[in-house]
Design a protein. Sequence first.
Length: 349
Amino acid sequence: MSEAPRLSVLIASYLEPEHVERIRRVDPGVEVIYEPDLLRKPRYAADHNGVPVPRTPGEEARWRSLLAKADVLFDFDYTNDADLPELAPKVRWIQASSAGIGQFVARRRYHERMKGAVFTTARGVHAVPLAEFCALAMLGFSRGLFRMHDLQARRHWERFAGTDLVGRTVVIFGHGAIGREVARLARGFGMRALGIKRAVTGETALDHHVDELHPASAFGDLLPRAEFLVLAAPHTTETERVLGARELALLPQGAFLINIGRGALVDEPAMIASLRSGHLAGAALDVFATEPLPDDSPLWAMPNVLVSPHSASTSDRENGRLTELFCENLGRYLRGEPLRNVLDIERLY
């Protein structure tokens, strides 16, 4: 007679078979349940939401039976997010595929409705692609990439002078794993990097790959030095609209904004006004107040704005990194050790 599994893990979003097998190898006593035919099909590599095709009644019944037996979820079940606590009453740990799950968990009241459950984020998984997006934006703005595209489209030859990044100052608001990677790349270009964290307690600038490390209270004081401003913080009550008309005015004339955090961090009409006036020379935006970005948004047509459809963090190598994090956490969970990236529901990250 075979022994009952020590734990049932249900994979709730598409994952390549080789990554599923890697999870199975963590511990033979763990039941890893993966039924891709019941999951939404990915539209692109590492798409964890997928094409919203409804299940048949029989498929939905099968899926709900799997939810009912699961102890651990790899990713949230976005097809039943409203009723997940009731459909998955045994779940004690959910590993998210995103870093920014705080607002989602709070809105759904999962922390109240799933008593005793732990939620872990994907913090750090997206640091490299997001930092590379910031590098792309800073290089593109400084070297005149938009101008080159315009000249090429018009088949017009006209030499011009760009600038370079050596000695320029980038201020990074939200200096976690992403901010550290942004700073590392920026300093590779010879830039001066200033990091801002919620609080600085015994940490040094060297620990964070920056020239200076400051608490969030110093944000306004640092803005006049920000030739480039990178927003990489989560959406919390403290960060909502942290960049408004007053803060934009504190930036030096000709500064560039890069937002890879959340659209709610910025007063979007004030940003648009600053871009139109020329005080803000340009913006590279991966996140917006409303997503998808509405057709009538003026941001689409602004020549000094790069619109990224919330895709700066996505890489075709993402699922491998997520699996690595999950396998490490699964081992910790089985050994009764603290998990990495546990969501702080008070701070929302």
